[in-house]
Write a protein that binds this ligand. Structure first.
Ligand SMILES: [Zn+2]
Ligand SMILES: [Zn+2]
Length: 440
């Protein structure tokens, strides 16, 4: 069977199950879970793969699920990814009332698309004509949040990295994969449009702890050292750095106070801050990170408190692979029209697909079908076919292109890719980027 005929067959198989793909996406939307806690979501995905008769494994990096369609030859390995986790938005109408988790970043749609690619390839029996393998990865914890909780998991030795794809890299779960692709939701974009290409910021995470001395806030504040005042001065210090950042570096520093005092009538002795320091290049991240540290320390110094700054491995900047982008672009254009596939630009957000893009050719386009801004209470699917089904078709068609005819295109892209970091080099890079500093 030739490539075009196989593609038609796969797309028809997805179309035949479109209703179920949409239901899967909506079910996950109604049951959001936060990173490294996505047990139910993982179960839903495992059940889907099992229903298709695909071999699968669960519990990768705590909650990840991996299934596989093996081709008639194994000349290349293409991974399709979907992220299992939600963000926190207590005000979101579909939020979990206990945890505040809500699919306000559209990761539920990625999982529906992942399920759609699997169903298309499995039901069309594409394996008989493909010369490489397709790996389906439902991955944990893309959102770099709940830093304290994840630090606990780290201390317990359950994870090394706060990001799920990073953890999978560190564990060798992505060894042997040649190419990786996924489609992310584009907020505020109800139209049938997609964006391919572009780049994203990387970042370092920071866990900051101010320690002072508690005292009666009314009777004897002079006996205390106010850690909250130290923290506020530290934050103001960060704001005072902003005019020194270059526009082209897209620096973003956005701290939150996660512990700001325990009781109103006690001078706060322990205050905790989480922040990212984001920028477009590793050099700019390091420069901004040093300035942030300087400012945070100055806050402690001003009131005589102590501060501990722990740097955490955030995400590397994303580089979309241009050749992979061209193939995907063409497939997406045949579904929604040439004029609706636009060129992606630099995004100041971050993703751990960035880390993957340093190890292998990677693609992280975005697609519409959603209204409301990402990470807000208004985010929802307005066009289920565009959000769930069309990305599945575009990804599946791209897989057929990559792995047909001796997996020629997959191998060409791999050959043209700049020297990849090995797993060891990747881990060494993070060790180099991070320095634990303890200062008073
Ligand atoms: Zn997000
Ligand atoms: Zn996201």
């Amino acid at each position: 069977m030739d490539r075009a005929a196989l593609k038609d067959l796969v797309l028809a198989a997805i179309e035949a199950r479109a209703g179920e793909i949409v239901s899967l996406g909506e079910d996950i939307f109604r049951h959001p879970e936060l990173g490294y806690r996505e047990e139910r979501t993982a179960e839903v995905m495992a059940r889907w793969f099992s229903g298709l008769g695909l071999p699968f494994r669960t519990g990768l990096a705590l909650t990840g699920v991996r299934a596989e369609v093996r081709g008639r030859q194994s000349l290349a390995q293409v991974a399709i990814l979907g992220e299992l986790d939600a963000v926190v938005s207590f005000e979101h109408p579909a939020a979990d009332s206990r945890t505040g988790a809500a699919h306000a970043c559209g990761h539920h749609a990625q999982l529906a698309a992942l399920a759609g690619v699997a169903v298309g390839l499995a039901e069309a029996k594409a394996a008989e004509y493909l010369d490489g393998n397709v790996i389906f990865l439902a991955v944990p914890a893309e959102e770099f949040v709940e830093i304290e909780f994840r630090q606990r998991l780290r201390r317990q030795g359950l994870i090394q990295f706060l990001g799920g794809k990073q953890e999978l890299i560190a564990r060798g779960e992505l060894d042997g994969i040649d190419l990786a692709m996924m489609v992310h939701a584009e907020g505020n974009s109800p139209q049938r449009k997609a964006w391919v290409g572009g780049s994203s910021n990387g970042f370092i995470g920071k866990s900051v702890r101010y320690s002072g001395v508690e005292a009666h806030a009314g009777g004897a504040p002079h006996q205390g050292v106010n850690a909250l005042n130290a923290a506020l001065l530290g934050l103001l210090g960060i704001h005072a750095q902003r005019e020194t950042f270059q526009d082209g570096d897209h620096v973003r520093i956005h701290p939150i106070i996660t512990r700001g005092g325990d009781l109103v009538n006690i001078i706060p002795a322990e205050v905790a801050i989480e922040t990212y320091v984001r920028a477009r290049t590793l050099e700019a991240i390091q420069d901004a990170s040093q300035k942030a540290d300087r400012a945070l320390r100055a806050g402690a110094h001003a009131v005589g408190a102590e501060v501990t700054i722990e740097d955490l491995p955030g995400y590397l900047p994303l580089e979309n692979n241009p050749q992979l982008g061209l193939i995907f672009r063409e497939n997406m254009a045949s579904l929604i029209g040439e004029a609706n596939v636009l060129k992606g630009e630099h995004m100041a957000g971050s993703t751990d697909m960035g880390d993957l893009s340093h190890l292998m050719p990677a693609l992280h386009p975005s697609a519409g079908g959603f209204s409301g801004r990402a990470h807000t209470r208004d985010f929802r699917v307005t066009d289920p076919e565009m959000a769930y089904v069309i990305p599945a078709k575009a990804l599946a068609a791209t897989v057929v292109d990559l792995l047909s005819e001796g997996a020629r295109l997959a191998q060409e892209i791999k050959k043209g890719y700049p020297p990849a970091l090995t797993r060891e080099e990747y881990l060494a890079l993070w060790t180099r980027l991070l320095v634990q500093r303890e200062t008073g």
